[in-house]
Every structure is written in structure tokens, then in C-alpha cells.
Ligand binder design. Structure first.
Ligand SMILES: [Fe+2]
Ligand SMILES: [Fe+2]
Length: 420
């Protein structure tokens, strides 16, 4: 039986079914678990969560005289887990990139932990925790709705060892941002996000020595890796009734290409759904901009340029154009040289022009040294400064580049070193 009780009445041995309050505010990354560690109980009491749902069929019952359950809640059918969860209030008010970056860093960290768990369970042959995935998708969708650039920019930053998990988070955010640009409705955005989050779940079925190989794959290894869409589809089918159908479609078809040269089915053009076409674009962008064991990620602006070269035959042109519009020709984090010879990093887009983003200037090529950072909106009236060229970050000694555009110290970006 499910009971909603006050946090003061929670004791060790209870099975927590749901924490009432935003997933972002509670100290756990799981949404349901047996509370068997006194330290977890202490952190629950210290948190802002005031009430929880417990499942008395899976853990200790409450001895409190009265469990906190409203008459309506008591009448709710127990077997359908998604129905009883109260709406915790979703914040979708617009925020500036600077404001959203702080929150996005926390969302990235919690989402990475959740995806580590989801992949780990899948690797052991257990069912996907669709409820946890739904929470991750909701948080990411809300963040991208508040500001379309903060989370997608942060999720690009990843270490070689958390690539698969952060790639899922990044593709989820990119799918939502792209979906918004394409005019998708709220429920469609959640479906697009879920599809992005789960698209590579089949990698949980790949041999670790191939998945984590620090170098180029042999032809045989690549043939093994090409099975991940079908393996993912198989894993998701076990939880299909709790997932959006597009999630299964994108999982199976995100490596299809418009000219039929993709896999696993070699579909062409209109045989590929809109969501799978979106998945293909977001997947490639995140893969090439990410650091891997064998290569550093490419600059975001350079990646957009390269993708435009490949677009013909690979991507749907309308989807690719919308993608560029959603991120910018020089996405946040791109290194650029200005016509004055100064170097800057893109910190935001302007509404006026994709070619005139907001840039933080911090280096002078004339003097060959750093200058006090200055933020310049290239689209501002009477602004004479303009972008002259993209710059390759690998060619410059700027180890703090990500800190410069995000304003977050390295340990606050996507990784929390104390938890790593
Ligand atoms: Fe994939
Ligand atoms: Fe992928």
C-alpha cells in the first residue's frame, strides 16, 4: 500500500516510493529506494522535502497515527505509478543564459548520475527505470524551455569516462532545443527529449572492451557496435508501454542517413521519421564536439561548419537548418577571431543575427597576451567589431576556455569532483 507521510515520521527500513518536491531539490538521484542507511535518513531530514510516499508492501509501515493522504489521493488507483505522483510544479519562466547556467550545471550532474544508473541496470539485464528517465527528461526540457542555450552548451563538456552518460543528456537537451525550433508541442518536446536520452541505451549491451576502446575500432569491432540500435530497441521494448513510441523509433533509426547509406536498415529520405532525422543531427553534433579518449572534441562553430559540408545526403536539410538556428552558426563556447585581431569566446546568441553573437573578448593577437575580459554584443547598433574567422582552441593556450564562457569554475561545470 502507498502512504504519504511527513518526513519526521520516516524511519530506516521504509521503501521510499516518491519524494514530494522537485527532483532537483532532493539529495538523492534515485526516485525510489529502500531507505536503509541512517546517513540517507539524515540527508532527507536536512533537505527541503517535507513529505514522501512510502510503499508498505516493500518496506516498513509507518507508526504515525495518521498518514498524510488526502481523500482524493486515497482513491487513486495504486498500480499505475505515474498517476499518483503529484505535479511538483514545473518552472518554465524564461531565464538568461547566465542565470540558467548555474541550474543547468546541477541538472547535468544529477542527470549524469541517473543515466549511470539506467545504463548500469540495463547492462545487468534489468528493465529501464522509465520513471527516473521521465524526471530527467522533464528537468532537461524545463531548463531548455527557460533558456535554450545553457544546458546544451554545458552538456557538451564531458570527460572520456562519462561520455556515454553525458552524451545521452546532451542529445536529450539538443533534441528539445531543436524540437522547439521546429515548433513541436509540449508533449512532443517531452517525447523528443526522451528519445534523445535513451537513443544509445543499446550501448549497454556492447562489450565494454569495444565500447571503451581508447582508439579507432577495427572493422569487426565496428560491426559489433553497429548492433547497438537494434540492441537498444530490444531493451526498450521491455518497457514500451511506459515510453513514447518515438523513443523506440529514434533508438533504432538514429544512424540512418537520407541517402540510404546509414544503418541498420538503410532507410532513405521519407522512410525516416522527423524524430529519427532530428536524432541523427543531434547525435553527430554531440559526438564530434565531445572529448574522447583518442581525440579532443572539435570547436562548436567548426563542428557546425563541418556538418554543413556533410549535410547533403546525410541530414534532412530542413532539420539541419533548424538545428543551426537553434544553436547558432557560432554556438556558445566557439572560439573566434574578430576583425580587430582580438580573440573571444561566444557566450550567447543575439536575437538579431546568427552571424553576430555575444562574445567575451579576452586576448589580443597584437600584443600576444591576455586582456581584461569584455563582453561585446556584435549585433548592437554602431558596433564596428565583427567575426573574422573561427579559431581552433587546440592551437591556443587557453585551458580556462570553458570557464571563460560558462562563468563556472571547472568543478561546477558538469562534474562534481567530490562525487566523481
Ligand atoms: Fe548511436
Ligand atoms: Fe549517440
Amino acid at each position: 500500500m502507498l502512504k504519504k507521510i511527513k518526513v519526521e515520521h520516516v524511519v530506516c527500513g521504509m521503501f521510499i516510493r516518491e519524494l514530494c518536491g522537485s527532483w532537483m531539490e532532493h539529495p538523492f538521484w534515485r526516485t525510489r529506494f529502500l531507505l536503509d542507511d541512517p546517513k540517507d535518513l539524515a540527508s532527507l531530514r536536512d533537505s527541503s522535502i517535507r513529505e514522501v510516499w512510502i510503499d508498505t508492501s516493500r518496506g516498513r509501515d509507518t507508526e504515525a497515527v495518521e498518514a498524510v493522504v488526502t481523500p482524493e489521493e486515497r482513491d487513486v488507483a495504486v498500480p499505475a505509478p505515474l498517476q499518483f505522483i503529484p505535479d511538483t510544479g514545473r518552472d518554465r519562466e524564461p531565464a538568461s543564459t547566465r542565470e540558467e547556467l548555474e541550474r543547468a550545471a546541477t541538472i547535468c550532474r544529477k542527470s549524469r548520475q541517473a543515466m549511470t544508473s539506467i545504463f548500469g541496470e540495463a547492462r545487468m539485464g534489468r528493465a529501464v527505470d522509465t520513471e527516473l528517465a521521465r524526471k530527467v527528461v522533464e528537468e532537461i526540457t524545463d531548463s531548455v524551455t527557460r533558456n535554450s542555450r545553457a544546458l546544451v552548451s554545458l552538456a557538451r563538456l564531458k570527460n572520456a569516462d562519462d561520455y556515454t552518460y553525458m552524451h545521452s543528456v546532451a542529445v536529450c537537451a539538443l533534441m528539445v532545443a531543436l524540437g522547439r525550433e521546429l515548433g513541436l508541442e509540449d508533449t512532443e518536446l517531452l517525447a523528443a527529449g526522451e528519445a534523445g536520452l535513451m537513443h544509445d541505451i543499446g550501448k549497454a549491451a556492447m562489450p565494454l572492451e569495444v565500447l571503451n576502446k581508447p582508439g579507432k575500432l577495427t572493422a569487426e569491432e565496428f560491426a559489433v557496435m553497429k548492433r547497438h540500435p537494434a540492441e537498444g530497441h530490444r531493451i526498450l521494448q521491455a518497457a514500451a508501454e511506459a515510453l513514447h513510441p518515438v523513443t523506440l523509433d529514434v533508438c533504432l533509426h538514429h544512424h540512418e542517413k537520407m541517402d540510404g547509406s546509414g544503418y541498420p536498415e538503410g532507410l532513405t529520405g521519407e522512410q525516416i521519421t522527423l524524430y529519427a532525422k532530428m536524432g541523427a543531427v543531434c547525435d553527430v553534433y554531440d559526438a564530434i564536439t565531445s572529448n574522447r579518449p583518442y581525440k579532443a572534441g572539435w570547436d562548436p562553430g567548426e563542428s557546425i561548419r563541418k556538418m554543413a559540408e556533410w549535410a547533403d545526403g546525410h541530414f534532412d536539410p530542413r532539420v539541419f537548418q533548424a538545428f543551426v538556428k537553434s544553436l547558432g552558426i557560432y554556438p556558445v563556447g566557439s572560439l573566434v577571431r574578430l576583425e580587430s585581431g582580438r580573440i573571444g569566446v561566444v557566450v550567447d546568441q543575439s536575437s538579431a543575427s546568427l552571424l553576430k553573437p555575444v562574445v567575451k573578448i579576452f586576448y589580443s593577437t597584437t600584443s600576444g597576451c591576455r586582456i581584461p575580459p569584455k563582453i561585446v554584443d556584435l549585433s548592437a547598433p554602431h558596433q564596428k567589431e565583427a567575426i573574422a574567422a573561427r579559431e581552433d582552441p587546440a592551437a591556443w593556450p587557453f585551458p580556462d576556455l570553458d570557464e571563460l564562457w560558462s562563468g563556472l569554475p571547472q568543478e561546477r561545470q558538469t562534474r562534481d569532483r567530490r562525487e566523481a
